[in-house]
Design a protein around this ligand. Sequence first.
Ligand SMILES: Nc1ncnc2c1ncn2[C@@H]1O[C@H](COP(=O)(O)OP(=O)(O)OP(=O)(O)O)[C@@H](O)[C@H]1O
Length: 553
Amino acid sequence: MRKDVRILLVGEPKVGKTSLIMSLVSEEFPDVVPYKVEEITIPADVTPERVPTHIVDYSEAEQTDEQLYQEISKANVICIVYAVNNRKSLEKMKPACVRALTRVFKISDLDNNGILNDHELNFFQRVCFSSPLAPQALEDVKKVVKKNAPDGVCEDGLTLQGFLFLHTLFIQRGRHETTWAVLRHFGYDDDLELHQDYLFPPLRIPADCSTELNHNASLFLQSVFDKHDKDRDGALNPNELKDVFDVFPYMPWGPDVFNTVCTNEHGWITYQGFFSQWTLTTYLDVQRCLEYLGYLGYSIVAEQESQAAAITVTRSKCVDLQQKQTQRCVFLCNVFGSSGSGKSSFLQAFIGRNLNRQKTIRDEHKSHYAINTVHVYGQEKYLLLREICSDLDFLSDSDLCCDVVCLIYDISDPDSFDYCVRVFRECYADSKLLCLMVAMKSDLQEEKQQHVVTPLEFCRTHMIPPPQAYSVNTVATPSRDVFIKLATMATYPHLRLRCMCTCNRCTFCLCQNFLNSELLHAVKAKLYTLVFSRFSSCPFISPFITTFNPSFT
Ligand SMILES: Nc1ncnc2c1ncn2[C@@H]1O[C@H](COP(=O)(O)OP(=O)(O)OP(=O)(O)O)[C@@H](O)[C@H]1O
């Protein structure tokens, strides 16, 4: 065993360094429990006489950082000392631990009032240790905290200070494992970092499938939103939004999010906008969504095995097309148009902003995406618009991949339609994807387009619906009809020849609703089964019956 061990005690003034030195080497202070003394492994031959040469007492108030580094380089053992009843020193000395426990506290504080009440303490206890605390034990805990840290109990619940004090007490009394059990349950590894396995649980996504948030996730996100919408105005003001992401190591959303989703008149994200942004992340980057849900403690609060339980992996798009129906709720629309044709304005109109409101958007806060809900024959769907850069040479296959294509031209710019023709011919003429032509800036004077055929003739030739006149230069919110059309085309890509108005009132819409109705499908299936069972034994008729399948009628 080394005899010249040099121990460095680091701590703020008056936290008890000297007492610790004395207790390490003598029996004089039986009440002082040396912090992690077993980890310091004091050599047996250290005596009080040798203390001055072996244990260096470092106090922040007395020395500079440079002197500390010098001492650290000379030390064999470094012992960080803090006083459990001094939160300031605790924060300073173990910031990673305090950060981790603060996140644990915030996740467990289900109503976000800064206090863990009995219900929340019991929930916390149950999810961490699989059994609730007995009422008396709960009272005892609060009593101990209150006695030692008066600010630790408020309104009969534990404050963050009390919660931190409790864990410091566990550590001090050698019950490190209790705190570690909590931290591990909330995803931390031995370095107090969130474990990669916790943040990124396995999730298999076959090719041609997409990812969406399921019902469990929407309940959880609704609770997260409600928890932080303290003024109950249905939107998250800047402070409330910052509070949502307080449990994240970084701010996940940039300023562009305010131009991607619906906001209220102050520009604050509404619940619709909040959920839309989550839907967008899930669709475009599901790994990121898993990570974010991990920071929010989804698996703990929703009592699920992992964040993967929040995700629905949809059926392959090919199978949807074959079966002529889909369960998907999120559809991607690529928006093409020449420079200045009005793509950004179109995207902003989708989240309810007219030209006047768009003028306030700063260039660096612009978004290439816009997402909102649309009702397609009574069902709520999410349509995600993606603005595609005008230079086609830079586009990859994944840039072109989508559920429906929107081609925009500016009726006041005679060259803009030519660009749409180019996109259609080069990228989508041979694909089965449906395209919709939008004649933007319809309030302006129309110019003759410099192309051999008119936009209307071009659409007729290529079985594209006629150009949809659209303008964002409106007094009220711009019309949503064109977005409903796009969402309908994305949802029912096999129905090429159909009414394009989707008003749900005209004869064609009513017929289409009827043909798509589950009742009609059920009746058809019943008839088929009946006919099949009656005539299947007849050798002359059965070959004809088997070719009759209701799903292809
Ligand atoms: N109906 C309209 N009447 C007048 N001006 C309009 C109308 N719609 C859009 N604009 C204006 O046209 C200009 C170009 O629109 P926008 O930025 O949306 O085009 P873009 O296709 O996104 O362009 P880029 O590809 O360069 O980003 C903007 O200044 C916008 O305010």
